[in-house]
Design a protein around this ligand. Structure first.
Ligand SMILES: Cc1cc2nc3c(=O)[nH]c(=O)nc-3n(C[C@H](O)[C@H](O)[C@H](O)COP(=O)(O)OP(=O)(O)OC[C@H]3O[C@@H](n4cnc5c(N)ncnc54)[C@H](O)[C@@H]3O)c2cc1C
Length: 292
């Protein structure tokens, strides 16, 4: 199928883009990489009267570092997120997850902002944003809002974005030195969206202190699911053999994935169980300075 007809706009500045989005409101949609919106237009699942092409807003294609954060512009392509030296150095988990998105041509076109706004529950970048408490910077004509990733994702393909607003950038807190990390996913074919994806960060406690373990799962709920496992890990000896197996089984028992004919809930739970064990094993190895 071909898209329903629309007026095409190609603003040259952020202000001009916001002006168009404010003027046309509900009837307008931004397009960035087009890797999700393109198919939706073709299938007529989206029928905007005005398409606002963001691709000339090159000032939104950047990776910047402060002492504590990595700020990435909304128009930054997945390929750059996966390969930028700054990302590899201060958030290798983000780089690793971005490198698994779709296929090479998709990573060359798809953007960070587009992926977050599309908000597929199994997508890699929303998962890493939620796990790491990233902040989504959103701008409209009435000003800028900074939204915690955990509040930004509302439901399947639904985010906290008002008509007239666009995502400008994302701020990811850098991983602290000594943080172990890992990402793993299961998909039917290489390059497909994950059925389940799991990411974790882990810091070993100093002697007498508990480790800090953070974990999030994609594909098991309407939005990326960040798990609070604090109680479970309290007083557990994570040097003991078999703790990763036990922890993975605990996570799998905690989640309530959707049950459907394509992917039964039990299958999703089984995959989550396997991925959690892989991810915890790899994260603890990295935290110890070993190669997983
Ligand atoms: C075959 C295939 C496989 C894929 N596999 C994966 C995968 O494994 N994992 C994964 O995460 N993704 C996957 N994708 C999707 C891909 O990552 C897309 O790039 C991403 O979902 C959307 O980014 P985009 O820049 O292409 O956005 P677009 O398609 O241009 O837009 C998507 C949505 O975001 C909105 N939007 C875009 N930019 C902004 C902005 N700055 N502010 C406000 N709204 C904005 C648009 O209006 C639209 O609603 C796949 C896509 C294809 C075609």
């Amino acid at each position: 199928m071909k898209p329903a007809s629309f007026d095409y706009h190609r603003p040259q500045t952020i202000e001009a883009a916001l002006d168009l989005l404010a003027r046309y409101g509900e009837a307008a949609k931004p397009i960035a990489g087009g890797q999700s919106l393109g198919p939706m237009l073709n299938m007529r699942l989206a029928r905007p009267e005005h398409l606002v092409d963001l691709n000339d807003l090159v000032e939104l294609d950047y990776v910047r570092e402060t002492d504590t954060e990595l700020e990435i512009g909304a128009l930054t392509r997945h390929h750059r997120v996966a390969n930028a030296v700054e990302v590899g150095r201060s958030h290798p988990l983000l780089a690793s997850a971005a490198s698994t998105i779709g296929h090479y041509p998709i990573r060359q076109r798809g953007t960070l902002g587009g992926s977050l706004v599309h908000a597929d529950p199994a997508a890699q970048l929303p998962l890493i944003a939620v796990l790491g408490n990233a902040k989504i910077i959103v701008r409209g004509q009435s000003g800028t809002r900074e939204i915690e990733a955990g509040d930004f994702f509302k439901s399947v393909m639904t985010v906290d974005l008002r008509y007239g607003e666009m995502v400008i950038a994302v701020r990811f807190p850098k991983l602290l030195p000594g943080t172990g990390w890992a990402f793993d996913m299961f998909s039917r074919r290489r390059g497909d969206f994950a059925i389940v994806a799991v990411a974790a960060t882990l810091r070993l406690g100093d002697e007498g202190h508990q480790p800090v373990i953070e974990m999030a799962l994609g594909g098991v709920d309407a939005v990326p699911l960040r798990l609070d496992l604090g109680d479970w890990f309290e007083n557990r000896d994570i040097t003991a053999a078999g703790w990763t197996r036990e922890a993975a089984a605990h996570v799998a028992a905690t989640i309530s994935p959707e049950d459907n004919k394509m992917v039964p809930a039990d299958f999703r739970r089984e995959i989550a169980d396997m991925l959690c064990e892989n991810v915890l094993t790899a994260a603890i190895a990295r935290a110890r300075g070993e190669t997983p």
